[in-house]
Write a protein that binds this ligand. Sequence first.
Ligand SMILES: Cc1ncc(COP(=O)(O)O)c(C=O)c1O
Length: 443
Amino acid sequence: MNTAEPTRAAASETSGSSGPSSAGAAGGVRLSARALRTPQPPIAWLMQQAFEVPGMISLAAGFVDQKSLPATPVRDLIEELYTDSDQVLRALQYGLTGGLRGLREAIAARLEKRGMPGPVSPDHVAVTSGSQQLLYLITEALVDPGDIVLVEDPTYFVYMGVLGSAGARILGVATDDEGIIPEALEKRLREVSDAGQMHRLKMLYVMTYFQNPKGTNHSQRRREQIYEIIERWSTPENFIYILEDAAYYELRFEGEDVPFLKSLDTRNERVMTALTFSKGFAPGLRLGYGYMPPALVEPVLNLKGNHDFGSGNLSQYIAHAALASGRFDQHVEILRARYKDKRDAMLRVIREEFPAEAQYAEPAGGLYVWVTLPEGVSTSPGSRFFQAAMAERVLYVPGHYCYAQEPGRPKPENQMRLCYAYIDEAPLEEGVRRMGAAIKAAL
Ligand SMILES: Cc1ncc(COP(=O)(O)O)c(C=O)c1O
């Protein structure tokens, strides 16, 4: 199975470059250029391995903790919904494209409470089918083929798939354990400018909280530096947006809260902040939301209308009641403790079992531990290490997938993402032990 993988990885590396000549030529099926730019996500075969190979332990899947999903609170919320028959019927009807009014109002009020400069208008909040749909819609609204989007190196690889589909040119900006390195951002902007391409640069995509895959949190200082740099390089003709992905905002289990990067956008014109009910409550609701500059709300909702006329209305009634009743916040507290325990379990076994040559960061929130092996030890599919891990029956996300692939700019291949969220402690610990054995075998 893994022998097929390098082919797929190669296909995804060329995404964004399929020109008109390749459009419509796949096996006699007349596909659009967009479909041809959209290969199977690299993670898909990893998920398949987890299901197909008996005894395989997956530290790759980015699913949330299974045991702590809010089954009882959701049952109670649905029962409460049923005490009002009119409300049930409204919940089972189509809703508004932008989302349930009461939910948008509740979200706006919460954002203000969390330091977003007010007043936050519910009209500038859109509810979407997971925050993934919001990322997609914003990309659709802003990015034409050939446009440039800056991303963190490494970044959320699924979003690189969205960008590849849109035909974007993806440029990576180096990060350290405080987030995007300001000098690296400045340097990339200078390169784009020197190449006469500022008119194609649309956006910086940045995960501000416990980023996927590194687990790092942008410090306040870095948020301010990034905002200042983008603002300085932006002009009215070549306006540069910032897409702030705050998917892991709720999952802090250590340290002080840091205001949203968007709170620096006091005129509400530059930053779109994407949040979700997936990580802090239940991904099965498939609900996310965004707070956006007014000029973007209508284009995004027009596109969303084409997708689905609005996200699941029943889910939105449940989410609204979860916020209003306090059950959402109660659940977040449970999750924080749970993920802290699971992170500790993973780190404990890493300390015991990984050779000293393996470096790793200790996340203060989120779901991931990012591991760096010595230089020259590749984690990519087909590598000796990858085969050793397969032989030990443990899966990880190869770090290479998370880097913007740019010709002439080699990116690290000696890293990997381990997720402690989904599986229980016992298999989690066993998986990390197996990983330690694979590292020792490969070194
Ligand atoms: C960084 C990041 N953003 C967005 C998403 C999308 O999540 P959802 O659509 O469930 O809100 C994910 C999912 O894992 C993610 O890791």
